[in-house]
Design a protein around this ligand. Structure first.
Ligand SMILES: NC(=O)c1ccc[n+]([C@@H]2O[C@H](COP(=O)([O-])OP(=O)(O)OC[C@H]3O[C@@H](n4cnc5c(N)ncnc54)[C@H](OP(=O)(O)O)[C@@H]3O)[C@@H](O)[C@H]2O)c1
Length: 320
């Protein structure tokens, strides 16, 4: 099976590449944008820029893949909130081009979406068929992308993931040094501080408080399973257990054997909302259900401690 992968320098995409090559021997072609991988890739590459829909079309036309896993997304999510023309181009126009060209060449399209299509009301934990209720423009653009993919490409899967953490195998040694407003990279950040015996003061307001965080290699397994499947529709490729930020920090300390006493919730006075000024609104609660996805794919996702233990093993052993 020949797979075109976008976003291979990113957290999710680098894990798709690693899992596909180490465990399944899949033929991959990786789309390159701006960064060059620091660890060598053993695959062909093709240029692709989401700002240029013609380059999206020509990458697929030249590769003629059986499947496309679309992990690429803008890295500057804050800019999406203020520059809607740019956001629409990279997340909607590019997705339309990808869905149309996949239909034309007969490729299956696996579109990576986000738990942030939810969070503005509704009833968490959200099921695969819950109506989207995004809290920000990023989530809105993802919801539009999902709709385009399902209506334009007959052979498709939408894979929503959430709060991804783990090694970025294209950039080994990268450390996450700041707490973000979402759950993405949070355990990376906790490990960075706790292994230096530095306190972790967890934000408990203004940010994403509840989620179903996901180990990147487990997400990659789900995306590869979806690429090889003939099932259409929306799937939740994320951890199977919900958690708060504070609980996740405490679990990280326990699983990695760090001092749990270093973890505490931020006091109200420590939550300086001005630090978040200009940033996008985070949904407070973006928990996803996975029961229907697990049943359809006959695959059990990792819970919190299983994911963290596997993350620790990957850091120690350097492979998935
Ligand atoms: N991380 C999370 O917690 C999380 C949660 C929910 C959903 N997701 C979704 O999962 C997917 C992968 O996320 P990630 O965390 O792996 O992202 P990431 O680490 O930020 O990587 C983003 C990837 O997209 C590429 N990219 C950015 N702008 C591009 C452009 N204009 N043209 C082509 N490629 C471009 C980047 O290339 P360069 O390296 O060259 O810039 C990089 O490979 C995204 O769709 C994201 O929305 C992630």
């Amino acid at each position: 099976m020949k797979i075109l992968l976008t976003g291979g320098t990113g957290l999710v995409g680098s894990n798709v590449m690693k899992v596909a090559q180490e465990k399944y021997g899949v033929q991959l072609i990786a789309a390159l944008y701006h960064r060059r991988p620091k660890a060598a890739w053993k695959c062909e590459t093709v240029g692709l820029d989401l700002e240029d829909a013609a380059s999206v079309r020509s990458a697929v036309e030249s590769c003629r893949p059986d499947g496309v896993i679309h992990c690429a997304a803008p890295r500057d999510e804050d800019r999406l909130e203020i520059d809607h023309t740019w956001g629409w181009a990279v997340m909607v126009t590019a997705t339309r081009a990808l869905a149309e060209v996949c239909r034309e060449v007969g490729a299956r399209l696996v579109f990576v979406s986000s738990d942030w299509v939810f969070g503005n009301g509704g009833q968490p934990p959200y099921a695969e068929d819950s109506p989207p209720c995004p809290a920000n423009y990023f989530g809105f653009l993802k919801a539009v992308g999902e709709t385009l993919v399902s209506s334009l490409c007959p052979n498709y899967a939408i894979a929503r993931t959430a709060g991804v953490y783990g090694p970025n195998w294209s950039d080994p040694g990268y450390e996450q040094r700041e707490e973000g407003i979402g759950f993405g990279w949070l355990p990376n950040y906790f490990v960075y501080r706790l292994k230096r015996a530095e306190p972790v003061v967890v934000w408990t307001d203004y940010v994403n408080i509840w989620s179903t965080p996901s180990l990147a290699s487990d997400v990659a397994e789900g995306l590869l399973a979806l690429t090889g499947s003939d099932q259409q529709g929306i799937f939740h490729c994320c951890g199977r257990e919900e958690v708060t930020r504070l609980e996740l920090a405490q679990a990280t300390a326990e699983v990695f054997g760090f001092d749990r006493g270093l973890v505490r919730a931020a006091l109200p006075a420590e939550m300086d909302a001005s630090r978040l000024a200009g940033k996008l609104n985070a949904p407070g609660d973006s928990r996803l259900q996975v029961a229907a996805t697990e049943a359809r794919l006959k695959r059990r996702h990792l819970n919190i401690r299983e994911g963290l233990a596997e993350y620790r093993r990957q850091l120690e052993q350097g492979h998935v």
